[in-house]
Design a binder for this molecule. Structure first.
Ligand code: 4AD
Ligand code: MG
Length: 459
C-alpha cells in the first residue's frame, strides 16, 4: 500500500523518494513550472507537487483539472513556500482519473446549502474532510471509552415490533403491496405480513439493551435509529446514530456520573487526536471552538431539577414563543436559554413530570415525577436523554396503563422485572448532535455523510 499524505508528512526523518496518490485540489502554472496541490483525505493538508516543464507529458499535466485523480513519484524536499514544510519535486505524474471543467468544487468557498446538493462530492471539501475525520475519531473514542471500562457492546435489532419511546413516530416495515394490503375489519391485517405482526424500524435499542444489562451488568449499543417525526429543524434527522449504555445496579446519580465522564473523555480524545482539524474548524466554522471544548473537559456539569428549570424560565427577563408552565415539555428555546444564557455550560435537567416522559422511567417517591435526565449543551440543546428504569413490576404495569400500552406486547420486557429485575439505568447520546457540538457545525445535515430528513432520501 502506498503511504497516505498524512503518513508522508509525518515521516521522520523525511523520506526522500515517495509515491503519492490523491485528488487535485488546486492547480496553477507559472513561469515554466506547474503546481498541483493534492489531497487524499488522510489529513487536512495537501501535498504540493512541483512539476518541471522538462517532464514528459508536461502540457497535459499542467492542464489537468481540479478534482482529477493522480499518482505522482518524486523527491520530497523542503519547501520555500509559506505554510508548508515540504513539497514533492515530481519525477513523474500519472493522470489516473481525469476531471471536467464543470467540476463543482472549484477553489472558492461554497455555502453549506449548495454543498448539500452534492453530497457525493462534498467529502472532498476541506470542511467536510475535517468533519468526517472527527466523526471517525469520535466513534473510535466512544468504543474505546466503553471497552476500557469493561462494557459489552450489544447489537440490538433494527427491525422491531416495539415502540420504545411510545411516540408512534416509526417507519413501517412490511412486504405487503402498498396499494393492496390484505384487510380485516377495516384495518391492514398484519397476521399474514412478513413477520406475522406490525413491525417498524427501531427508534432506540434501549429495551433490548436492558435485557443484556440484566445479564452482563454494563452494556452499550451503537447503532442507527429511525424517527418519522416531521421536524424540519437543524437538529433533527430521520436516520441518526445513537449510543445507549445501560447499567444494572446503577441509579440516576450513577447514570449522570457516567454520562459526564463519557462526554469529557471523548471530547478530550478528539482534542488530542484531531488537533489540525479542530484548529481549522475553530478558524472557519465556530470561533472559540477549541477553548469551548477545552473548558468542557475541565468543568463540572450543572444539575437542576425540571421544577427549578421551570422557575428559572419563569423569572427570565425575556419572551418565549412557547409559554412555560409546570407539566409542559421544555422547548428548544427554553433549553437554549438555560444552558446558554443562564448557566453558560452543559447542564442536566432531572426529575421531569411523569406524563411527558416515557413509560419505562422510574417513578419518583412524589408520584408526579420520574428519575429522568436530559443533558443540555449550549447551541445544540439536548444531546442526551436518559433515566433510571422502572424495575418494580406493579409500577411499570401502572405506567403502561397510563400510557395506554398493551402489556401483552411487552411480556418479555415485564419478565425482566420478574426474574432478577434489579434497579438499572441508561441513556442515549445522539451521535450527530454530539458531533455538531464537537465540530461547531450548525446543521445536522452537515455531519451525516448522506442525510435522511423529511423529503430527502435521494443520495
Ligand atoms: O431522548 P431520546 O428520545 O431517548 C431515547 O431514545 C432513550 N431510549 C435513550 C436511552 O435512555 N437509552 O433520544 C436520545 C438522544 C437525544 O438526546 C438526541 O441527542 C438524539 O438521541 N435524538 C436525535 N438526534 C437527531 N435527530 C433526531 N430526530 C433525534 N431524536 C433524538
Ligand atoms: Mg429526549
Amino acid at each position: 500500500m502506498i503511504d497516505t499524505i498524512r503518513q508522508i508528512l509525518a515521516l521522520d526523518p523525511p523520506k526522500k523518494n515517495v509515491t503519492v496518490e490523491g485528488w487535485v485540489r488546486t492547480a496553477r502554472s507559472g513561469k515554466g513550472v506547474a503546481f498541483l496541490e493534492i489531497n487524499d483525505g488522510s489529513c487536512l493538508a495537501g501535498l504540493q507537487l512541483v512539476i518541471d516543464p522538462e517532464m514528459p507529458g508536461f502540457e497535459e499535466i499542467a492542464r489537468v483539472g481540479v478534482g482529477a485523480a493522480v499518482r505522482a513519484v518524486g523527491e520530497l524536499t523542503e519547501s520555500p513556500a509559506k505554510g508548508q514544510r515540504v513539497e514533492l519535486k515530481a519525477a513523474g505524474v500519472e493522470i489516473m482519473g481525469p476531471s471536467q471543467d464543470d467540476y463543482p468544487l472549484q477553489k472558492k468557498r461554497h455555502s453549506f446549502e449548495f454543498l448539500r446538493t452534492i453530497s457525493h462530492l462534498r467529502p472532498r471539501a476541506r470542511t467536510f474532510g475535517a468533519v468526517f475525520r472527527v466523526r471517525h475519531a469520535l466513534q473510535m473514542a466512544i468504543h474505546n471509552f466503553f471497552d476500557s471500562r469493561g462494557f459489552i457492546q450489544v447489537h440490538t435489532p433494527i427491525i422491531t415490533a416495539a415502540d420504545c419511546e411510545g411516540a408512534g413516530q416509526m417507519f413501517r416495515v412490511s412486504t405487503f403491496d402498498p396499494g393492496n394490503p390484505p384487510m380485516k375489519d377495516g384495518a391492514v391485517d398484519h397476521a399474514s405480513d412478513f413477520f406475522g405482526e406490525e413491525t417498524s424500524l427501531t427508534v432506540s435499542g434501549q429495551l433490548e439493551a436492558e435485557a443484556f444489562a440484566l445479564a452482563f451488568k454494563n452494556v452499550y449499543t451503537f447503532g442507527p435509529t429511525f424517527r418519522a417525526e416531521n421536524s424540519h429543524t437543524s437538529r433533527h434527522a430521520s436516520e441518526f446514530w445513537m449510543i445507549e449504555p445501560e447499567m444494572a445496579f446503577c441509579d440516576l446519580a450513577g447514570d449522570m456520573e457516567l454520562a459526564e465522564d463519557f462526554i469529557r473523555s471523548i471530547v478530550k480524545t478528539v482534542l488530542d487526536r484531531c488537533d489540525e482539524d479542530i484548529t481549522f474548524l475553530d478558524q472557519w466554522v465556530e470561533k472559540g471552538l477549541r477553548a469551548k471544548l477545552e473548558a468542557l473537559t475541565g468543568s463540572k456539569f450543572e444539575i437542576l431539577t425540571y421544577t427549578e428549570a421551570v422557575e428559572f424560565l419563569g423569572q427570565a427577563k425575556r419572551e418565549f414563543e412557547y409559554p412555560v408552565s409546570w407539566g409542559a415539555d421544555l422547548q428548544s428555546e427554553h433549553e437554549r436559554y438555560l444552558t446558554e444564557e443562564l448557566l453558560g455550560r452543559p447542564a442536566f435537567v432531572i426529575d421531569y413530570p411523569r406524563d411527558i416522559k416515557a413509560f419505562y422511567m422510574r417513578v419518583n417517591d412524589d408520584g408526579k415525577t420520574v428519575a429522568a435526565m436530559d443533558l443540555l449543551v449550549p447551541h445544540v440543546g439536548e444531546i442526551i436523554g436518559g433515566s433510571q428504569r422502572e424495575e418494580r413490576l406493579d409500577v411499570l404495569e401502572s405506567n403502561m396503563e397510563l400510557f395506554e400500552i398493551d402489556p401483552k406486547d411487552y411480556w418479555w420486557y415485564l419478565d425482566l422485572r420478574r426474574y432478577g429485575g434489579v434497579f438499572h439505568s441508561g441513556f442515549g447520546l445522539g451521535f450527530e448532535r454530539m458531533l455538531m457540538y464537537v465540530t461547531g457545525m450548525q446543521n445536522i445535515r452537515d455531519v451525516i455523510p448522506f442525510a435522511r430528513t423529511p423529503g430527502n432520501a435521494k443520495f
